[in-house]
Ligand binder design. Sequence first.
Ligand code: SAM
Length: 278
Amino acid sequence: MAEMELWFTEQQTPDLGFTCKITRTIYTAKTQYQDLAILETKQFGRMLVLDGAVQTTIADEFCYHELISHVPLFTHPNPKKVAVIGGGDGGVIREILKHDEVEKAYLIEIDREVIEASKKYLPEISCALDDERAEVIITDGIKFVSENKNMFDVIIVDSTDPVGPAVGLFQDSFYKAVFECLKEDGLFVAQTESPFYDQELIKNVFHAVKSIFPITRLYLGFIPTYPSGLWSFTLGSKKYDPLEVDISKIKRIDTKYYNPELHKALFALPTFVQEIIK
Ligand code: SAM
């Protein structure tokens, strides 16, 4: 008898699914905030899934984590205090701590169980969470940002899609609070979904950030397991422009996606994406 095959499908749009073969369900839980699963996939290795949406996988996590971290950290000339909003798998913290000048990196995550499962089942990604320069704070990122002023050089919003507790992380009032929470020359970046499927969201976020920050830029990267593969990041800055960075001064660090030559190239947008943020 043929061996039974198990397949996981993320419904990426009402009319499209992303399906991969799984060899094992490693862990599932219903947390206070979301359904959590760690799956062993054939193609991508272990995969973290929240509410049916792929968050990260062992094979392609470097694409997302490097892109959301190194662009802002190499745009700010001296990032000492950095906060991650969301990011419970720890991948962004791992990348931030590759920067020697960072004194402290805070992880502001609402769901403790995402951190615990990642520590247990995704050690390659969560490995820096116990570093002495890392501090984990379990709270709602919206509350945290609105209660702290003038505190960070860089804020990275590594959120889930805009559903459930992450809805407020895509709203104007949150970006205003992020502005206040940054130091006078601070900057922030947020993951802002697929330019193919989420054009309205990208447009709204870009214009909201532009109405608050003197410098607003959109950049793109390729993340194989995210809807359409093409992913956007929106950066708001009080002073430093990623396009003004002297790339000859960017230090070589251990990365698989990001490099100094890419730093400005990431901001060169296809025409249909330029149209979204016009
Ligand atoms: N890279 C991933 C993606 O784009 O799909 C996101 C990874 S990370 C696991 C997202 C985290 O954001 C989740 O662990 C979720 O619990 C957290 N989160 C959602 N809303 C939040 C909020 N309001 N405050 C803090 N963390 C939040």
